[in-house]
Write a protein that binds this ligand. Structure first.
Ligand code: IPE
Length: 259
């Protein structure tokens, strides 16, 4: 089984509140179906989650009453986004169902507590792909918090030991610097725990170290001796399909675990 996250940057226009990229999602769904691979799918929230969450500090937990209608708004927006994603999966012939994480789990201090996986396992056993997404969730310490699609990916990785983990985004992979602003930025083709150590000690990538390092670490945590974790550009038609078929594509691939 291959675990796939459709990132918020590819399924929505991150700069414009509640803008769904229907054609892109329809194409990615068709590429997944055509590959014939068994998959589990997670998605991000993009502009359906980040815009209002940022405005009201939802990720910091409860501090003032005005956050309550805002948190409810984000829950509604993310659920609507997920319904639209699932519509495209169904249209492509992939039986899928939206599973809001707040109905199945709680969090503590921003960390998802995955102690009740029965509904997810049962859906998957039936052959219905449970689709979870980054969302607002109740939190034992903070009232509410936000659990990202990446955290859900880590949970599903522990539950299902997929053969491969794929992050579909709007960039070709991880870069040594921001390629949109720095022409010397280079694509990092392969990440191992040694690459991570090099990035940490390299002064030339200081300004983006936090972001790249954090993503590399998260990717490495999802790898093992026989499972890689790949970051690819979903805006390039056919790239997800080729990757799922096992072809070499432009991407960043993390390998070998983090220990
Ligand atoms: C964010 O989830 C969830 C909310 C802001 C409510 P993700 O972090 O997985 O979303 P993307 O992929 O960055 O958009």
């Amino acid at each position: 089984m291959i675990l796939i996250k459709l990132g918020g940057s590819v399924i929505t226009d991150k700069a414009a509140y509640r803008t769904f990229r229907k054609e892109t999602v329809a194409r990615l769904a068709e590429e997944i179906k055509r590959s014939g691979e068994e998959v589990l799918i997670v998605h991000g929230a993009g502009s359906f989650g980040h815009v209002v969450s940022k405005e009201y500090g939802i990720q910091k937990g409860y501090s003032r009453p005005e956050q309550i209608p805002a948190a409810a708004r984000v829950i509604c927006d993310c659920c609507e986004l997920s319904s639209m994603v699932v519509e495209e999966l169904l249209a492509a012939g992939i039986p899928a169902a939206t599973v809001p994480i707040a109905a199945a789990f709680v969090a503590d201090n921003g960390k998802l507590i995955a102690d009740n996986d029965e509904p997810i396992r049962r859906l998957a056993d039936l052959g219905i792909i449970p689709v979870m997404y980054g969302d607002v969730i109740t939190d034992r310490s903070m009232g509410f918090s936000i659990v990202s699609g990446d955290q859900i990916m880590e949970m599903l990785c522990r539950m299902y030991s997929p053969s491969r983990v794929v992050f579909v985004s709007d960039i070709d992979g991880l870069y040594t610097a921001d390629p949109k602003t720095d022409p010397s930025a280079e694509l990092i083709r392969e990440v191992t725990k040694d690459t991570l150590a090099r990035i940490r000690t390299s002064s030339s990538v200081d300004d983006v170290t936090g972001g790249v390092e954090a993503k590399m670490e998260a990717m490495l945590r999802m790898t093992s001796e026989d499972r890689d974790c790949v970051l690819i550009n979903g805006n390039v038609p056919g790239r997800l399909y080729s990757l799922l078929k096992g072809h070499d594509v432009i991407c960043t691939s993390a390998k070998g675990g983090i220990q």
